[in-house]
Write a protein that binds this ligand. Structure first.
Ligand code: XMP
Length: 514
């Protein structure tokens, strides 16, 4: 059976991956291509629909990204979003002009006739706008289907030729009925059946990886985090023992984490990863001796990682490909959109490309969001507790210990954190809190235990809820849970006599406690 495909044509907008994601949420496979992709190539793919994305340019300016008129005449339904909508009108003979004022943010929209795109959408709803230019005259054959106070044409369509233009952004969550609108396009206009699932993504990636790698050798830095684990297992399914995975235990992992990672991915586990564990704890502690400044710690940890990895890579000999678990938010964070894409060294394994002699980087998860990566992980049979693991920074506990890092302090924070995680899970809160962990403050204070005076450390508990990790609120953990955690930490972790709960939001705080 032929796979249904919707092609997203990238004009440099910031929400392009979100568009693709919304299509995938309709269980329809979706790929993003640059606007420079030849029309012939798009035709060959025989897509069920084509979506033109937003972009920062003005379509009437000479060197702006454009497309040919033929794109709209192939009988394939085209949906233009924002810049894509304006470009569609411009190319087909409508008029796009600079507006008096930029329309930005949540805006009230009214749709006025029975457009198939607005099926199930109330006559008035909120949409997300972000544009300077506006469509002042629609092209022949188009009918305006919605408007806002400042935008006479918020959407229009030429049903006969199957061309649809939307000025607002249905892909962002601020557009109340955005998902409905995109679903209407994918299912009712493009007539997709929606039978694609993540297993199809896995099959597709495996095929592509095999084709690319041939009989080459592949090296992967496995951290045990979700992204690199999923990438490694995907690679191992595709190319078996042509893959070697190096796991560096820097001694700054959570309690028992090194052994857990080894149990799943090592020789006793069920995957064929040529797993190499490097126990580099002592090296790291040595390098971190006397270092208190957080940025310096990060730097040292990062550099040491590269050194250890380099040594291992040398032992393996020539490799052809390097795998990275880069996911889409990493691409965004480093300011790289599809249109300006260059290879980014993932912040967890930063700098690796420079020290390993290889032909190419493989990033099989590059187009996916975190929850999609998790779906792939489940599809690959990776255990739940690894798939739903919370984010853990590359520098590990090194940045959850204020002041100098020592083996003793690592032990304290590991033990406290393990208790905290255990109690949060027992209380059934582990899947509801965005990120939570214990950190070791550098503060010691007087306490009394039994009949003795103590002078010990204070543990800080952190728990935040966040959508995008850019902003966050402290989670409101029930007091009895906090109380239990406090009591267990004080009783079970030697060297701690106070427990505090950090209620700072981000901003002004950060999520990590360093
Ligand atoms: P902050 O502390 O900046 O954290 O609010 C935001 C998110 O990023 C994670 N984080 C890191 N991840 N290397 C990483 O791989 C790092 O150096 C690093 N610093 C922070 C943090 O855990 C949170 O999820």
């Amino acid at each position: 059976m032929k796979r249904e495909l919707v092609v997203v044509i990238d004009f440099g907008g910031q929400y392009n991956q979100l568009v693709a994601r919304r299509v995938r949420e309709c269980n329809v496979y979706c790929e993003i291509y640059s606007y420079k992709t030849p029309l012939e190539k798009i035709k060959e793919m025989d897509p069920k629909g084509i979506i033109l994305t937003g972009g920062p340019n003005s379509c009437y300016e000479a060197n702006s990204p454009t497309c040919s008129k033929e794109l709209f005449e192939m009988g394939i339904p085209v949906l233009g979003l924002c810049y894509g909508a304006q470009l569609m009108q411009h190319v087909l003979g409508g008029k796009v002009e600079k507006a008096d004022a930029r329309e930005y943010g949540k805006t009230a929209l009214t749709h006025k006739n029975n457009s198939i795109l607005f099926e199930g959408v109330p006559e008035s709803s909120t949409v997300w706008m972000s544009h300077f230019d506006y469509i002042s005259k629609v092209a022949d054959g188009f009918e305006i289907t919605s408007y806002t106070d400042n935008c006479p044409c918020a959407s229009c369509e030429d049903v006969k030729n199957q061309n649809y233009a939307i000025q607002f952004h249905p892909e962002v969550l601020h557009t109340e009925y955005g998902k409905t609108i995109l679903k209407n396009y994918v299912m009712n206009v493009c007539k997709c059946s929606g039978d694609w699932r993540m297993d199809a993504f896995v099959d597709e990636q495996i095929k592509q990886i095999r084709k690319k790698v041939g009989d080459g050798k592949v090296l992967c830095a496995l951290s045990g985090g979700v992204d690199s684990s999923v990438a490694a297992v995907l690679l191992s399914k595709a190319i078996g023992n042509q893959l070697t995975c190096v796991f560096v235990d820097h001694g700054l992992l959570r309690k028992n984490e090194g052994d857990e990672v080894e149990a799943v991915f090592g020789p006793e586990g069920e995957y064929d990863l040529n797993f190499i564990r490097v126990n580099a704890q002592e090296r790291y502690y040595e390098k971190l001796k006397g270092v208190t400044e957080p940025e310096r710690k990060r730097k040292i940890i990062g550099e040491e990682f590269i050194r250890v990895f380099e040594e291992e890579a040398k032992k393996i000999g020539k490799v052809d490909f390097l795998v990275q678990g880069t996911i889409y938010p990493d691409v965004v964070e480093s300011g790289l959109g599809g249109e300006s894409a260059v290879i980014k060294s993932h912040h967890n394994v930063g700098g690796l490309p420079d020290v390993v002699d290889f032909k190419e980087i493989i990033e099989p998860l590059r187009d996916l969001f975190k929850d999609e990566v998790r779906k792939v992980g489940l599809e690959l049979g990776i255990p739940d507790y690894l798939v739903f693991r919370q984010p853990f920074p590359g520098p590990g506990l090194g940045i959850r210990i204020i002041g100098e890092v020592t083996a003793e302090k690592v032990r304290i924070v590991q033990d406290a954190d393990a208790i905290y995680r255990e109690e949060i899970a027992k209380a059934g809160l582990d899947r509801t809190i965005g990120q939570y962990f214990a950190a070791l403050t550098n503060m010691r204070s007087v306490g009394v235990m039994g009949d003795e005076r103590t002078y010990d450390y204070a543990i800080a508990l952190r728990a935040v809820n966040t959508v995008d990790f850019m902003t966050a609120e402290a989670a409101q953990i029930p007091y009895d849970v906090l109380n239990k955690v406090m009591s267990r930490i004080i009783n079970e972790v030697r060297g701690v006599n106070r427990v505090m709960y950090d209620i700072t939001s981000k901003p002004p705080g950060t999520i990590e406690f360093e």
